[in-house]
Ligand binder design. Structure first.
Ligand SMILES: [Zn+2]
Ligand SMILES: [Zn+2]
Length: 61
């Protein structure tokens, strides 16, 4: 499926896909085809890859 607009992550490349989880438009570099997720959601789906999301299991207020 093709989408129109810029990648909402880098905002410099044309978007190729839409994230199944959050709907973010993402270019090829910021879209994980295996997961059908944008780079942000893919990082959350694979803990340990993103150094900023090491406490996802205790993310509460
Ligand atoms: Zn991008
Ligand atoms: Zn996403």
């Amino acid at each position: 499926m093709s989408v129109s607009g810029l990648c909402q992550i880098c905002e410099s490349r044309p978007a190729q896909e839409r994230c199944d989880n959050c709907g973010t438009l993402a270019c090829e570099q910021h879209y994980e085809r295996r997961l059908s997720l944008c780079a942000d959601c893919a990082a959350q789906a694979q803990p340990g890859k993103d150094p900023n999301s090491d406490d996802v299991d205790v993310h509460r207020f």
